[in-house]
Design a protein around this ligand. Sequence first.
Ligand code: IGP
Length: 400
Amino acid sequence: MEGIVFGTPPRFRVPIVSFSAAGFKRSLPSLGRAPWIATDRQRKPSPLYCAMAEEASETKEACCSTTAEEKLANYVDVSELQNENAVEDVAEKQGIKIRRRPATGPPSHHVGPFEFRLENEGNTPRNILEKIIWDKDVAISQLKERRPLTMLKKALENAPPVRDFVGTLRSSYKSTCLPALIAEVKKASPSRGVLRENFDPVEIASSYEKNGAACISVLTDEKYFQGSFENLEAIRRAGVQCPLLCKEFIIDAWQIYYARSKGADAVLLIAAVLPDLDIKYFTKICNLLGLATLVEVHNEREMDRVLGIEGIQLIGINNRNLETFKVDISNTKKLLEGERGELIRQRDIIVVGESGLFTPEDISYVQDAGVRAVLVGESLIKQDDPGKAISGLFGKSISA
Ligand SMILES: O=P(O)(O)OC[C@@H](O)[C@@H](O)c1c[nH]c2ccccc12
């Protein structure tokens, strides 16, 4: 629905005028966007550029002798990224449909006591993933104000040591001859609603560990998954030995530092959201911090992009289409066929089969397709005892 609504303050909001913004926009081709939208967005340096500039100057002393400028130049041809539109163009060329933030600004503005509401295709998310990303973008700017990067970096000095996420998966696969399990601590999801009412993250994680999980994934997104960084921190503090994956929608380097400060050993990077350059940049930061990265793909195009990036050790194939929520485990098989699978074997990359795994048959199916690890949430978390459910999922006990 496209339309513009001028309103009185929220409590008494009554639509006064409504007409098609698209038609209006079309009549202003040279402007490209409606004139009442703040145009400073067009000139704003991209978040990646800002993050790199901030990161480069702040970590100059920490990581090497190169100057901040040299460090930036190592990452990328920065000039290409100074303009937000250029970033969007690069993303589009890579087939990324998720826009990082509303192209025409948020739908509602306040002018004095009046709410001014504009809805058009530039500020209406096209799907749930896009909505999650837009909300995340806003949440991060607020969090960053409270805890700037310099403050976070200090907190890292007290963070618990990093554990070897990838190494743990490898040795679990080797000793069990079954895909290593990354068991997920997840209370709810946008597609399934609340999965477990009686939700004690530490108890669940400990039970996963006791019953043979190699690693644990902890959802930290609050709004859509009812997760939290407190859960991650609590699990780490409780002494759970399994390495922890911070399951978050990462779009800003700040989140990586935050995850580490809360005890994460690995983070998720979603190729459907992040252009190659972001994946490379975030991976470098993770390497600096000792964190592993699980790079998630959904389709052939994303897989090919990720295989084009040097040094990736862990790739997750998500069987859930994040736009439609449909789950199809044959996606894992499809993406590992032919040359792709060959390349993955040559490079000894560990592939993680993600989502929609419920039975021993599902596990064998993805193992035959070539995965050496699986990421499982719903089928475990919904059972009375999620840890004990692991042997049901694998058809036998996998604890040592
Ligand atoms: O609950 P499932 O179907 O077993 O899925 C787990 C995991 O794969 C899923 O939670 C997931 C995979 N990628 C994500 C990205 C964001 C949030 C959640 C996810």
